[in-house]
Design a binder for this molecule. Structure first.
Ligand code: SF4
Ligand code: SF4
Ligand code: SF4
Length: 236
């Protein structure tokens, strides 16, 4: 059954503790940030920023609201990214936890093709080394009986982690509580992923790729990137 996260977005304050903890644990260098008109920093995921708290502004019944979305790999139960490499050992599903892990062999694979296969647009290729990277569920910590660094650092109860069964149960409880305040609250792709988000409003209001879109499934002749380029992103 493995492990799962429940990420309760109704509680996130965008303190970014999880983003910093991820960088520290993974020993990933800070990136040069620029002022691009948002508090979100850096602007996007990268091979060095594998967890990012995204900000979006919505007008809800005439009131301005901020939505916060701490983004990471969803550890899909059937991960499309893992079907891309020629070498079946390159991307592994960890037996015990279910984590989708990019092994050292992944470095020899075409990272952009791996990214294109991801319905959540998560993997990122290092422009210099060409090595693709993403969250690995802090598999080293979890194997040692610890919580993932992002969960350990979260002070608000947004980030939760444990046995999948327990997280699914917690998800239902938190959803019922959230719906009293947010009638449109919903769990995002709980059957498909090990990182289950509880969204207060329509997932697309947070970010285009919070929820996987069936239209992301490309015909074989067209890569997702070509498809997106044709339409002009974002696709919703
Ligand atoms: Fe792979 Fe994307 Fe699923 Fe993560 S979210 S396991 S990168 S397909
Ligand atoms: Fe980063 Fe670990 Fe959290 Fe993944 S599980 S986002 S690697 S801190
Ligand atoms: Fe949100 Fe928790 Fe991350 Fe802070 S640490 S940004 S509250 S998920």
């Amino acid at each position: 059954n493995g492990k799962s996260f429940l990420v309760d977005l109704t509680r996130c304050t965008a303190c970014r503790g999880c983003q910093i903890a991820c960088k520290q644990w993974k020993k990933l260098p800070a990136e040069k940030t620029i002022n691009w008109g948002s508090y979100q920093n850096p602007k996007d995921l990268s091979s060095k920023t594998i967890r990012l708290v995204r900000f979006s502004e919505v007008v809800d019944n005439g009131t301005l609201r901020w939505l916060f979305f701490p983004e990471q790999c969803r550890h899909c139960l059937e991960a499309p990214c893992s079907t891309v490499p020629d070498n079946p050992e390159a991307i592994l599903h960890d037996k015990e936890t279910g984590a989708v892990v990019y092994t050292e062999l992944t470095a020899k694979e075409d990272g952009e093709s791996i990214r294109m296969a991801c319905p959540y647009d998560i993997p990122r290729v290092d422009p210099e080394t060409k090595v693709v990277n993403k969250c690995d569920m802090c598999i080293d910590r979890v194997r040692a009986g610890k919580l993932p660094a992002c969960v350990q650092a979260c002070p608000t109860g947004t980030m939760n982690f444990g046995d999948r069964e327990d997280m699914l149960k917690l998800a239902e409880e938190r959803l019922a509580a959230a719906q009293e305040k947010y009638p449109d609250a919903m769990l995002v792709d709980p059957e498909e992923t090990r990182v289950i988000y509880l969204a207060a409003v329509d997932p697309a209001s947070y970010y285009d790729y919070l929820e996987a879109d069936a239209s992301d499934v490309m015909p074989d002749s067209l890569t997702r990137k070509q498809f997106l380029a044709k339409l002009g992103r974002p696709i919703r």
